[in-house]
Design a protein around this ligand. Structure first.
Ligand SMILES: NC(=O)c1ccc[n+]([C@@H]2O[C@H](COP(=O)([O-])OP(=O)(O)OC[C@H]3O[C@@H](n4cnc5c(N)ncnc54)[C@H](OP(=O)(O)O)[C@@H]3O)[C@@H](O)[C@H]2O)c1
Length: 376
């Protein structure tokens, strides 16, 4: 567990020195939404070289000198000897690569939030031993990382993560029962893969991000707040103890945080437009509705419970989202499956990767049973 207020996004030990002029990038999840945008970023920056690429099932023929489809991605990383690993795999499947990267002191550009959620304490232990940096790719965490900018954590009052509110913002719980996967996939401001888009609609995404921020920045849960901000222009905001608050603004475009993480600390150019105030810019903020969207509350509670609880939450959510997308579970069944799975499993401090893999499997077994119940 990180100490209160200790920012750990930058490694504590000595990172493996990067001395070359070209950074060798290993891109995991190369066929996904983040992966494809990362390929554009790499293409535009001659100092970035795609050394290796991986996917879950889609072909990667000729994309990189080394490629791997499925299987143990750490095999590919061993061969690739990257300077930076961009982990853009979706879900718990990204965990071994996160641990491999941190253990070896290689920079980790982290989009795969599920690995930090499920294994935050193990990941931080690996980072302490390896000494590498975690460079957040999630836009809110990239924003917070930049607002914090290595400042003394003692000066931080609290962190505010913004949520667009998703396509169902403003609806109450009764109105959410009959929403369809197609409606959930129509995100108002971000164009993302299906799992994270559904997570945004349930607000589980924001809940996972609260846990992610806890581990990345060493902030206690009560110092991490979520506000709904429909236009997604402000990505995060840090309040300091003197009453000042620093915010990070920009149009919602993942190429910005991807580029920031891959070219850190240089802040290379991107084709994204600068903010334009000529048409006016409305910044609206509201508290989230946790009655209509209980996933946020469930994630926060699992984070506070600690140990393997976030791993169980994540696994149950992956099963429930899958069931919803398959038309086998109503939208409001997602928090129900997550809550009942968390209630059915005894959690404990996470011992090692095998322990987490076992807890993940157990949570999937319980959640899958609940999914089958919903189909009958
Ligand atoms: N998209 C965004 O704007 C965004 C923003 C912030 C954070 N994130 C996070 O970034 C991660 C990726 O999101 P995404 O939207 O890019 O997802 P996505 O479009 O669904 O892409 C997922 C990628 O992971 C690969 N993959 C799936 N299972 C795998 C496995 N077992 N082994 C290896 N690769 C596997 C997929 O390969 P195949 O194509 O072969 O299945 C694909 O390349 C998620 O953790 C998400 O929360 C995304």
């Amino acid at each position: 567990m990180p100490g209160p207020g200790v920012p750990v996004a930058c490694g504590r030990g000595e990172p493996r020195a990067y001395t070359g002029t070209v950074k060798r990038v290993a891109l995991l999840g190369a066929t996904g939404s983040i992966g494809l945008q990362a390929l554009q970023v790499i293409e535009e920056h001659p100092e970035l070289e795609l050394a290796a690429a991986a996917s879950g099932s889609q072909s990667l023929d000729g994309l990189a000198p080394l490629t791997q489809v499925g299987g143990d991605l750490t095999d590919l990383l061993e061969r690739a000897e990257p300077d930076v690993v961009l982990n853009a795999v979706v879900g718990f499947a990204g965990l071994p690569a996160t641990l491999w990267t941190l253990e070896r002191g290689v920079d980790l550009a982290l989009a795969n939030k599920e690995s930090l959620v499920a294994a935050g304490e193990l990941a931080l232990d690996a980072q302490r031993r390896g000494g590498g940096r975690i460079l957040p790719v999630d836009s809110e965490h990239s924003a917070a990382f930049q607002c914090l900018d290595g400042r003394d954590p003692e000066t931080v009052h609290s962190l505010v993560l913004t949520a667009s509110g998703g396509p169902f913002r403003g609806r109450d719980r009764a109105e959410l029962d009959a929403v369809t996967p197609a409606e959930a996939l129509a995100h108002p401001t971000w164009n993302m893969g299906p799992k994270v888009t559904v997570d945004s609609a349930t607000l589980m995404n924001k809940g996972l991000e609260v846990i992610e921020a806890h581990f990345l920045f060493g902030l206690e849960y009560e110092r991490i707040e979520v506000v709904v901000h429909p236009t997604s222009v402000v990505h995060a905001l840090v309040r300091f103890r003197d009453g000042a608050a620093l915010a990070h603004l920009g149009y919602p475009d993942m190429r910005v945080p991807i580029s920031y993480a891959l070219t850190y600390p240089e802040r290379a150019a991107t084709p994204v437009d600068p903010l334009d105030f000529s048409q006016g810019l409305i910044l609206e903020f509201d508290p989230p509705d946790e009655d209509a969207f209980p996933c946020l509350r469930l994630a926060r509670a699992a984070g506070e419970r600690g140990g393997t609880a976030p791993c169980v939450l994540n696994a149950a959510n992956e099963v429930a989202v899958d069931a919803f997308l398959a038309g086998e579970l109503p939208f409001t069944g997602i928090p129900e499956v997550v809550e009942r799975t968390l209630g059915a499993i005894d959690t404990a401090p996470a011992a090692d990767l095998d322990h987490l893999v076992a807890q993940d499997a157990e949570a999937r077994r319980v959640a899958s049973g609940l999914r089958r119940e919903a189909v009958r």
